[in-house]
Design a binder for this molecule. Sequence first.
Ligand SMILES: Nc1ncnc2c1ncn2[C@@H]1O[C@H](COP(=O)(O)OP(=O)(O)OP(=O)(O)O)[C@@H](O)[C@H]1O
Length: 358
Amino acid sequence: MITFEDVTKRYPDGTVAVDHLSLQAPTGAITVLVGPSGCGKTTSLRMINRMIDATSGRILLDDQDVRAIDPPTLRRGIGYVIQQAGLFPHRKIVDNVATVPYLLGWDKKKARARAMELLELVGLDAKLANRYPFQLSGGQQQRVGVARALAADPPVLLMDEPFSAVDPIVRASLQDELLALQSELNKTIVFVTHDIDEAIKLGDVVAVLRVGGHLAQMAAPATLLSEPADDFVREFLGRDRGIRRLSFVPAKGVRLGPLPDDLVVDADGRPLGWRSDGGLLPYGTFNPERDSLRAALDAALLSPNGAAIAADGDGRAVGVVTRDALDDVLIRYAEKSLEHEPEPGERVAADDHGRAEP
Ligand SMILES: Nc1ncnc2c1ncn2[C@@H]1O[C@H](COP(=O)(O)OP(=O)(O)OP(=O)(O)O)[C@@H](O)[C@H]1O
């Protein structure tokens, strides 16, 4: 657990970057700090590993005040990933990843073996190990940055806009890989971004900061979307909040109807399309065991007849959700959320970490 207790940072020129910030980043979870440019995200992050020292207040790593730990010792237990990876340009990839093990005095062979293990973990081909950073794509460099931060197996990982310099497709796959890695490693991660979609996707808990380093709200993503604390958070979350909330509602339990005759499937029962005079029409599928209501809605929108095909883990069609059935679910969901939706301007408790229930 990382705890900010009433932390303020005033720079020598008088700028108050962080103002009486109190929050907790739970152990083994991803806590995202999100907010507009200049709201104090990076300053907050760097106070954790003491690249910047707080002016007042305390930051605790578990129960220990970080100011009681000398910075090199502190940083050995904290991996740090920054935008554009920040790799050493004149060192080979393998040696970049082995930076911290070398500093810790591991012998070269052991450090390199660990680096190779990590390259594999972040999905990089062993062939890249002997290249230099400039010979890698932006996405590959970011993966190396993550591998380097994990090299000494630190319990805490600080990530400062690590994926913001790559294109949206690479970015989405880096995010997916981070989530997959985290499900194995369970690190305590503090992740800084200005992109609310990235925050909602990655965060177990999301802290929304406003300029001046004030905490506007801290909550699980689903709670943030359903109960923004005030107009600032509501605006920051953007317009399609309603649709995005559906990502947190499991599709499980949606009533499935039988497969209609006009759905054409292959010999294994996997959908091929909807029969029509002009050939097969497109379709959309979702997995009712695993996916969200948003995925079901998306699947319905991809079918010209508005029906979403439910498929099992092997892609076999197991039923269909008609437009009417989906409408019923959405209307029931909307009615239920209305009971919780605050009036504009009404404040909601900022410390509710619960996820929205279907
Ligand atoms: N060394 C410094 N001296 C004076 N002011 C600073 C210094 N570093 C940052 N600031 C100011 O502190 C405030 C917070 O900066 P910080 O970099 O923490 O914000 P941020 O939310 O990470 O912004 P961005 O998303 O643009 O990176 C800003 O007003 C910034 O100009």
